[in-house]
Write a protein that binds this ligand. Structure first.
Ligand SMILES: Cc1cc2nc3c(=O)[nH]c(=O)nc-3n(C[C@H](O)[C@H](O)[C@H](O)COP(=O)(O)OP(=O)(O)OC[C@H]3O[C@@H](n4cnc5c(N)ncnc54)[C@H](O)[C@@H]3O)c2cc1C
Length: 296
């Protein structure tokens, strides 16, 4: 990349940050240029400038759904907005860099029901919107009342959810879109029972997921009518290891980094799991995680 255009020079940025620090899985190369805009105006200036210069760019949230395989040369935007909630009765608006788990805990404390399912889903609210994150048969779009984003043309859009724009671990906010905030509409309930459900969900995860090891959550989507974890387990792959990357023996759809896994090892493990499940069941497992970069 040539030198930075003047318009975006005042926007905070850092160079050469390792993706091991930016993602929960901890593999990958360097993030060559990480911009951290502090408000919507700065985020929009970045997008407009990148469009004008013809540069592609990426958006990073909490890095909890990412497998990064190499250095990323394109500029990466990670929002650093003020982490403040706006509460209007049953409606809560959160900036897109707000912690998703923190939001579910805070609304529970306020006696608002509807986000209990999210109490163990890490990352940011922006990442949750992009992914339409969900668990236990619930997903974000079910409680979403409004959301605000920058589109790939650099316009700020206020939207209400339309079912055609959200699906299973998918939303229309694909490449080039920057989620800015969202508003959820919740139901008043009994604080103690809401918090009890939050605790119970956290407990379920603690006892079924390898949370003491670095991971990126479920690696593969559940194929129609199947559980990806069950298929991987029944293919005898729990504990299967490539270097420091391993199929968790607690939850087969979690691939874990024992500490020193390389991107190559992680990639090889993903490919081998896919190919063994394919040859045994004829089912193609599709990644639920986003994969950035390439193995050379
Ligand atoms: C232990 C563990 C458990 C998990 N359990 C679940 C679960 O039960 N259900 C579930 O759905 N997921 C789960 N996940 C996956 C992950 O936490 C979610 O998908 C989460 O919503 C990703 O958010 P993030 O901020 O970390 O996104 P990132 O990983 O940073 O990014 C993921 C994608 O979202 C995009 N993105 C991030 N922020 C924005 C933004 N502001 N605007 C536009 N695009 C953006 C990125 O460009 C990228 O394409 C789990 C992960 C872990 C590690």
């Amino acid at each position: 990349m040539t030198s930075l255009p003047d318009l975006i020079k005042p926007i905070p940025y850092r160079e050469n940050i390792s993706f091991s620090k930016l993602t929960t899985l901890g593999v990958g190369g360097q993030c060559k240029l990480l911009f951290e805009p502090v408000d919507e105006g700065q985020a929009r200036s970045l997008v407009k400038t990148f469009i004008r210069e013809g540069w592609s760019y990426r958006i990073l949230g909490g890095g909890s759904n990412l497998v990064v395989l190499s250095d990323i040369d394109e500029p990466v935007i990670r929002l650093n907005f003020k982490k403040e909630l706006k509460v209007r009765g049953r409606e809560i608006t959160a900036p897109a860099n707000y912690g998703h788990i923190r939001l579910s805990q805070e609304v529970a404390l306020q006696g608002l029901s509807g986000m209990e399912y999210a109490s163990g889903i890490p990352g940011t609210t922006g990442g949750a919107l992009h992914m339409n994150a969900g668990a236990y048969g619930r997903e974000l779009v079910q409680i979403l009342s409004r959301y605000r984003y920058i589109n790939p043309e650099g316009d700020v859009i206020d939207a209400v959810p339309d079912s055609s724009n959200f699906g299973y671990r998918w939303s229309h906010l694909g490449s080039g879109y920057v989620a800015l905030n969202f508003t959820v509409c919740l139901t008043p309930g009994d604080t103690k029972s809401i918090q009890a459900e939050v605790e119970s969900n956290l407990h379920k995860r603690g006892s079924s997921q390898p949370l003491s090891k670095r991971n990126a959550g479920c690696i593969f989507k559940n194929p129609e009518g199947h559980s990806a974890g069950r298929l991987i387990d029944q293919a005898g792959l729990k504990g299967y290891r490539v270097g420091d990357a391993e199929v968790s023996s607690e939850h087969a759809n979690f691939l874990i980094n024992h500490g020193k896994a390389t991107a190559q090892e992680f990639y090889d493990l993903m490919i081998q799991v896919q190919s063994k499940v394919q040859s045994r069941y004829g089912i193609t497992l599709e990644p639920e995680v986003e994969v950035w970069g390439n193995i050379n």
